[in-house]
Design a binder for this molecule. Structure first.
Ligand SMILES: Nc1nc2c(c(=O)[nH]1)N[C@H]1C(S)=C(S)[C@@H](COP(=O)(O)O)O[C@H]1N2
Ligand SMILES: [Mo]
Length: 173
């Protein structure tokens, strides 16, 4: 017997696979820091480029729009986002343009979140925005390897970025 699949059946089969394809979140093993910076660099779980890894006790869970708890984070290990930006060195010739700069956190599934440069230096988020490598004493594997988390946000879900692969410094018009 010939192994013959009619074209229409093949098409139906491929259409069934498509939603699965959309749900896959390829894990990035690195985070590239790039954009308007003097020294672009790459972080991996094994090479954090000499940046200070801090272990933090945390009382802010990952919450949704109506306050529901999506995930409990009791402790985490991570690098302050500001330390990462400092190391890369933002190329900002005119200080008064600081309000135009954003730190764009990009995930492998297309999710993107902007932080204003100003808030990461002068706002509540300055001391509370982290690139996490571990949660609750374990490396991030399920949504990993890197997560950005802003513990000073009122609702923390939207800026809890899983599968982070890039951090880009951009300037708005
Ligand atoms: N990469 C990525 N991160 C994401 C999302 C996403 O779709 N992709 N969803 C966000 C939303 S809307 C919420 S509420 C939280 C949920 O986090 P959880 O995994 O703890 O439920 O993740 C956020 N981070
Ligand atoms: Mo959400």
């Amino acid at each position: 017997m010939k192994h013959f699949i009619p074209g229409s059946l093949l098409l139906i089969f491929l259409c069934c696979l498509f939603p699965l394809y959309g749900q896959q979140h390829p894990i990035s093993e690195k985070v590239e820091i790039s954009g308007l910076v003097a020294h672009p660099f790459t972080l991996t779980p094994g090479d954090t480029q000499g940046l200070r890894l801090q272990t933090i006790k945390n009382d802010r869970n990952v919450t949704g729009m109506s306050g529901e708890i999506k995930q409990e984070i009791r402790t985490f290990k991570g690098i302050l986002l500001r330390d990462i930006i400092d190391k890369a060195g933002v190329d900002m010739p005119h200080k008064k343009d600081r309000g135009r700069y954003i730190v764009y956190v990009i995930a492998n599934d297309g999710y993107k979140v902007a932080f204003a440069w100003n808030e990461l230096y002068y706002g509540p988020a300055a001391d509370h925005t982290w690139l996490l490598l571990e949660k609750n004493g374990k490396p991030i594997t399920k949504n990993g390897r890197f997560t950005v988390f802003c513990a000073s946000d009122v609702v923390t879900g939207p800026r809890h970025v899983k599968w982070v692969s890039k951090i880009e410094i951009r300037r708005l018009d």
